[in-house]
Write a protein that binds this ligand. Structure first.
Ligand SMILES: Cc1ncc(COP(=O)(O)O)c(C=O)c1O
Length: 424
């Protein structure tokens, strides 16, 4: 159960946060709490002894929660150094096992995978694979609200928040609307430029950072069909929505389509690109020192897939997701939406949303923002009805408080505010 016994952040956490704010060049912390490593299921303790309920899952990267016994037992086996190898050049057994596991949960014909370090690098390599044979390519195509990572190639595809792109040199890209007219706009681009000028089309089949939006069936089917008919590579970015979060292993499966290439990371614990062998460039075309070499990360990825299957977590996520959505609707939130345990709703403004997330945090519930005024609700797959009820009760109370006229947060927490602007 949630147990908050200090102000948030507590004194010990505040000291670390002050230091990080001063010294961490990437500082954009949306939650002023510091983890202690103690935790169980979807609950964790901070270093001040407060117990929080996590409905953000480390931005969808912690699907099995805290201190899962099977994962802890696995970690204990890796008690000799190094645990990290230069995996593309010096092979370890976990590399093949994870690739095989990943292919085993991918659509037929997607028989080859490449492992890398992060989500952005997975997207970066998906881009390289898709574009490799496109000699006349001039630009890429992505959609309104897209978020694909912070490396420059992936960043070129962004249409979420302008501040993410500002100040950088980017690759040429064209944006499609995020609605049923996307297919017509793509046809127009083809008419004006020629299909061969388009390097690839990329889509999140449940948009993450840009607003937790689900593309319509028509939008996805049209884009996929037009790409097929015109020989344009179609990439699915599954970094946030993949690995079972939506109740299927991959969010594109909800649309009955198959991409040419897809990226994964976060819940998989390593970055990965999956496609048919024919898409991959010749040896040396793609690589990275540590890709496929972090033995613990790969072992955790393998075990995560095994546990999702063994404990029937896809089905469990669908059932718990429906229960969660009903509860959110009952509270009266607007635009409640979701698939499986990838859920969201809107508040009236960005300010109200940020205030709401902070109020929930003060009351021990961790949530994240997305888009302009959405709240994402993405608990670990290990939750049950008890945790959902507890989270809903906190949300209901916090909503009442922040809806009062003139509501404003006070105290140390205000030094670290920035909810929903983390951008990942
Ligand atoms: C859809 C999507 N693609 C790519 C990324 C980048 O992943 P990473 O932060 O691991 O580089 C993210 C991160 O949130 C994401 O949501």
């Amino acid at each position: 159960m949630i147990k908050i016994k200090t102000q948030i952040p507590g004194k010990k956490s505040a000291r670390i946060l002050d230091g990080l704010k001063k010294r961490n060049g990437g500082w954009a912390v949306p939650h002023p709490i510091v983890f202690s490593g103690v935790g169980n299921g979807s609950y964790f303790k901070d270093i001040d002894g407060n117990v929080f309920l996590d409905f953000a899952s480390q931005i969808a990267s912690n699907p099995l929660g805290y201190n899962h016994p099977a994962l802890n037992e696995l970690i204990r086996k890796y008690n000799e150094s190094p645990v990290k190898y230069a995996g593309q050049d010096f092979c370890v057994p976990e590399h093949l096992e994870l690739i095989e596991k990943l292919i085993g949960i991918s659509p037929s014909g997607m028989d080859t995978a490449f492992l890398i370090n992060s989500g952005a690098e997975a997207v970066e390599n998906a881009i390289k694979i898709a574009m490799y044979n496109r000699k006349k390519k001039k630009f890429s195509v992505s959609v309104d609200g897209a978020f694909h990572g912070r490396t420059l190639g992936a960043l070129s595809l962004h249409h979420s928040k302008p501040m993410q792109r500002e100040g950088f040199i980017l690759e040429p890209n064209k944006k499609l609307p995020f609605d049923d007219s996307a297919g017509d706009e793509l046809k127009e681009l083809i008419k004006r430029n020629g299909a061969e000028k388009i390097g690839f089309v990329i889509l999140e089949h449940f948009q993450g950072e840009g607003g937790y939006r689900m593309p319509s069936m028509k939008m996805v089917k049209d884009l996929n069909k037009i790409c097929r008919e015109n020989g344009i590579p179609y990439i699915a970015d599954e970094v946030q929505a993949g690995m079972g979060r939506t109740g299927k292993f991959w969010s594109f499966e909800h649309y009955g389509i198959k991409p040419d290439v897809f990226s994964s990371a976060k819940a998989l614990q390593v970055g990965a690109v999956v496609a048919n062998k024919k898409w991959f460039p010749p040896p040396g075309g793609i690589s990275s020192t540590w890709g496929g070499g972090s033995r613990i990360d790969m072992a955790l990825g393998i075990k995560t897939i095994e546990i999702i299957k063994k404990e029937k977590l896809l089905q469990k996520n669908r059932v718990n997701g429906e229960y969660l959505l009903k509860g959110l609707e009952k509270i009266g939130f607007e635009n409640v939406r979701g698939r499986g345990l990838m859920c969201a709703f809107d508040l009236n403004s960005e300010r109200e949303r940020d205030n709401f997330i902070i109020e929930c945090l003060k009351r021990g519930l961790v949530l994240l923002g997305a888009g302009e005024k959405s709240v994402r609700v993405i608990p670990p797959y290990v939750i049950g009805k008890k945790e959902i009820d507890e989270a809903l009760s906190v949300m209901e109370k916090a909503y009442r408080v922040v809806s009062e006229r003139g509501f404003k947060h006070k105290g140390k927490i205000c030094d670290f505010m920035g909810c929903g602007r983390s951008g990942s």
